[in-house]
Design a protein around this ligand. Sequence first.
Ligand SMILES: NC(=O)c1ccc[n+]([C@@H]2O[C@H](COP(=O)([O-])OP(=O)(O)OC[C@H]3O[C@@H](n4cnc5c(N)ncnc54)[C@H](OP(=O)(O)O)[C@@H]3O)[C@@H](O)[C@H]2O)c1
Length: 281
Amino acid sequence: MMDENLSIGFIGAGMMASALIKGVIKAGKAKPASITASDAYQPSLDRQAAEGVHTTLSNREVVSRSRVVFLAVKPDVVASVLDEIKDDVDPDRHLIVSIAAGISLESMEGRLNSGARVVRVMPNTPCLVSESAAAFALGTHATAEDRALVQELMGSVGYACEVKESQLDAVTGLSGSGPAYVYLLIEALADGGVRMGLPRQVALQLAAQTVKGAATMVMTTGQHPGQLKDAVTSPGGTTIAGIEALEKAGFRGAAMGAVVAATQRSQELKALSATPDKSSK
Ligand SMILES: NC(=O)c1ccc[n+]([C@@H]2O[C@H](COP(=O)([O-])OP(=O)(O)OC[C@H]3O[C@@H](n4cnc5c(N)ncnc54)[C@H](OP(=O)(O)O)[C@@H]3O)[C@@H](O)[C@H]2O)c1
């Protein structure tokens, strides 16, 4: 169990940081007073201050006041932030947790003094409603305790699991981009309902709740989705007619293809962003 007085810092107090701060406080993992947040944008700090979080314009102060430091700035700012805090990061005291998409552990460790403990996390936007699906990879010097800590902190805003860093592109293609695929599905189901005569608002609510309910069934029963599908598919019935329409349209292939395409795009973007970074070192 984590110490609720654990000091946690956030460099960047934007959308993702706010969601994480809200989640860890709500889950009782940290008290507002033991959290410090910095940001270049004063209204973001004002929002955190209103929650009782200590705020500052200084990223270095975040490091000096915290044991766990989340890097929650946009990826293009990570290098300059690391350069700024580098000499304040003490491998014995600090764990650096980056949520910046596409920034490798090697590049972050390379910018910090040797021995720095770094963990890279890929969360997704349902973090805003404490339903994140996140995966994380440990850096060279991160410890078993660091693993447990990140698991507990990210677990306080949803599901979290450890993967190899090389798998984070696939995580991006699946759960990082995945909410958008599901929004598309919900919209399309609702359109189908409207096409068949339901009022728009009713159709949308029924579609969204159906997706939420089906996901909850998969997660709570532990049954394979195929088993759950079979259980609601009676011979000659309505559901098998709907499934036939989906199969004819290549639904499974389309869903798999979305994950493959987004994973490949993540790999491409990583390759593009790695080129200038290496040449500037
Ligand atoms: N949103 C997602 O779905 C998602 C999913 C996975 C990972 N992520 C990652 O999460 C990170 C944060 O995303 P976000 O959506 O929360 O971004 P965001 O809302 O733009 O928050 C980033 C904040 O950092 C501030 N900032 C910029 N430069 C700074 C500096 N030098 N020192 C301190 N603060 C600084 C920004 O201020 P200004 O606005 O004034 O620049 C902004 O308020 C990104 O790296 C992203 O890749 C996001």
